[in-house]
Design a protein around this ligand. Structure first.
Ligand code: F6R
Length: 590
């Protein structure tokens, strides 16, 4: 991030970096321009009370929180990086893939490198090309860079911040005699809701009163967008963690999403994207939690619309040499900035596919790349572990499907009515927190946990396991229940609890058999059961009751229960819930 204006930059940079920590938090640093460029960098989190922080005076500066890719988290590898003389300072997100050859060239020319990072080549290139004009030196520098970057540069001689981007996000907030740049919206909200999104290949020169943007040396005019989030949306309020706040926001988000839900809402999306053009079916691309939303989507689309759906991990698709062409693809990405998703979207669009992005962030790279975008309207999600965005993704998928002409009128009516009850059902799960907390206390001290589900709840077993492993560090695996006996059964022991999602549909009897098999191997079973399911209760060691929803909506209530289970388990273990080890919220590198 960067600030230029009339206020002391250092406290503002620190405050803003705290708001960006979810993007990386293994080290941090700032550079402030006073009489010269003053730099402070350290390992760990911004504002740790035990750390000495020098006072750097100046009205402009840049800052960075790092998620290490090249070189371990250390003070030397933390950004900002400088050239030999310390006249230029640079912060960078992304990966410079040709940095080794650039570094060799620069070393041959006499430049000294001190870090293991790819980023350090940037200030040295700027030093090499600087002939009195910072913008020109940056423009020349980026012609040498391969890979992805969003950079912010300051120079000892200039009252300006120069920014450039390719692949990684960068947004400029327009204040009153002050301007702010950042890789995401939250730190800008204290100053303004008027923003300009930089596009790939553009360079911005920012002073306190002006923002000049150019492409290939020509100044261009960019439109100003209004952000509809506000500063309170990025506060924890009375909650101990953002994750708990975001879990509790879910009834409201669902309510908001279904208010006014009508067939007129997606006139184009509805017909263009859900078809089976050329009989090639539909492709869904996503990573992590969003991939699990895609798997639930596949199940419902195939069930209700009879359209074959492939769900692919974007991180795999983008390394495939050849793609089976599809007419339509849906990219699901909360942040809209996941590099793997963006690269695979581009790859598909190059073959002529239309893409629909389902994302939470207006102005995000995915939304600007896609043919059409559906927004989640879930508000900013700051906890690294995705919760409300997953539920919002599911709701958008349900809505999209319910709008399709192919569904029988009775089914549509029944499911639409059920959808309207979801805020209440989710609230019931939240009201059942004590039961979930008791279960969390019991499983917190195990080293391995299995999650099993069938049918539409198989992806929810994957999601439950992902959630608990990322925030509690307990090893957890999600399985399709029927797969246990094809291998994982050998791992079952009295100290391996199994969380079984028991749905009252055609999978019920098979799941009961699975539970009996697990019990006969003496592994404890915790079951997510409908309130009236006495039979499962008798068979299992621990239960979490969930409301009686229509089977196709059961992923929603089951997920919310498993989010709380993960949260309370991690809390019991004293884990840093919002900032789990080694993770970052937006994975903007491949
Ligand atoms: C897990 C989690 C990640 C993300 C994944 C994709 O809690 O948050 O698995 O789901 O990194 O991120 P988006 O949806 O932003 O593309």
């Amino acid at each position: 991030m960067g600030y230029i204006g009339n206020k002391e930059a250092q406290p503002l940079l620190f405050k803003a970096l705290k708001k960006l920590e979810y993007r990386g938090y293994d080290s941090y640093g700032i550079a402030v321009l006073g009489e010269s460029i003053g730099i402070h960098k350290d390992t760990g989190r911004v504002g740790a009370l035990t750390k000495y922080v020098p006072s750097l005076a100046g009205l402009m500066g840049i800052g960075h929180t790092r998620w290490a890719t090249h070189g371990e988290p250390s003070q030397i590898n933390a950004h900002p990086h400088t050239d030999c003389s310390g006249r230029f300072a640079v912060v960078h997100n992304g990966v410079i893939t040709n940095y080794c050859e650039l570094k060799e060239e620069l070393i041959r020319e006499g430049h000294n490198f001190i870090s293991e990072t790819d980023t350090e080549v940037i200030p040295h290139l700027i030093e090499k090309y600087y002939r009195g004009n910072l913008e020109a030196a940056c423009a020349e520098t980026i012609t040498r860079l391969k890979g992805s970057y969003a950079i912010a540069v300051i120079a000892q001689t200039n009252q300006q911040i120069v920014v450039a981007k390719n692949g990684s996000p960068l947004v400029i907030g327009l204040g009153d005699h002050e301007n702010i740049i950042a890789s995401d919206i939250p730190p800008l909200l204290d100053y303004t809701n008027r923003v300009v999104y930089l596009d790939d290949g553009e360079i911005g020169v920012i002073d306190k009163d002006n923002v000049k943007i150019s492409r290939s040396g020509k100044e261009i005019h960019k439109s100003v967008s209004l952000v509809n989030w506000n500063a309170e949306d990025v506060q924890k309020s009375d909650y101990a963690h953002f994750m708990l706040k975001e879990i509790h926001e879910q009834p409201k988000i669902i309510q908001h999403a279904i208010n006014g839900f009508s067939l007129d809402e997606f006139p184009i999306v509805g017909t263009d994207f859900m078809g089976n053009k050329g009989g090639k079916g539909l492709l869904i691309l996503a990573c992590g939690t969003s991939y699990h939303a895609g798997l639930v989507g596949k199940y419902i689309i195939e069930e209700l619309l009879d359209i074959p759906v492939r769900v692919e991990l974007a991180s795999e698709v983008n390394h495939r040499e050849r793609m089976i062409p599809v007419a339509n693809a849906i990219a699901i990405t909360q942040s809209g900035e996941t590099a793997d998703v963006l690269i695979s979207m581009k790859k598909l669009m190059d073959t002529g596919s239309l893409t629909l992005a389902i994302t939470n962030v207006r102005g995000s790279s995915a939304s600007r790349l896609a043919t059409k975008t559906l927004y989640l309207n879930a508000g900013p999600e700051l906890s690294v572990a995705a919760t409300k965005s997953f539920i919002a993704q599911l709701i958008e998928i349900y809505k999209l499907i319910l709008l399709q002409p192919g569904i029988k009128t009775d089914t549509k009516k029944q499911l639409s009515l059920e959808l309207k009850l979801m805020p209440n059902y989710v609230q019931q799960v939240l009201d059942n927190e004590q039961q979930i907390l008791d279960c969390a206390k019991q499983i917190a001290h195990y080293s391995n946990i299995f999650y099993i589900g069938r049918g539409i709840n198989y992806p929810i077993a994957l999601e439950g396991a992902l959630k608990i492993k990322e925030i509690s560090y307990i090893h957890a695996e999600g399985f399709a229940a029927g797969e246990l006996k094809h291998g994982p059964f050998s791992l079952l022991q009295p100290n391996t609890p199994v969380v079984a999602i028991v749905n009252r549909d055609f999978t019920y009897d098979a799941m009961i058999t699975n539970i009996k098999e697990i019990k006969s191997r003496k592994a404890p079973v915790m079951a997510l059961v409908r309130e009236d399911d006495r039979e499962t209760e008798k068979l299992t060691d621990m239960i979490i009751n969930v409301p009686n929803t229509h089977s196709l909506f059961s992923p929603i209530v089951n997920t919310v229960a498993l989010q709380l289970l993960a949260y309370y388990t991690a809390n019991e273990l004293g884990c840093p819930i919002d900032y789990p080890r080694n993770l970052a919220k937006s994975v903007t590198v491949e």
